[in-house]
Design a protein around this ligand. Structure first.
Ligand code: SF4
Length: 69
């Protein structure tokens, strides 16, 4: 278990899908709209590290937020 909390903002997401490729245990994409779906808001340490990278460098729309607990 990790202490981080992940949140997504579907209003900002542009459906680029990079989060799903980086951390498929944490993120999915809606079948209809392609927008992010949060699968796990308290990911493992390894997935939290991937999520941190997404937040800092990868997600083009800044739709992912991570809070360190
Ligand atoms: S990487 Fe960002 S913009 Fe792309 S699907 Fe994930 S949350 Fe949406």
């Amino acid at each position: 278990m990790s202490a981080v909390k992940v949140q997504v903002d579907r209003d900002r997401c542009i459906g680029a899908g990079l989060c799903v490729m980086s951390a498929p245990a944490v993120f999915d994409q809606g079948e209809d709209d392609g927008l992010v779906i949060l699968l796990d808001d308290s990911p493992s340490d390894a997935d939290a590290a991937h999520t941190r990278k997404l937040v800092e460098h990868i997600c083009p729309s800044k739709a992912i937020r991570i809070t360190e607990g």
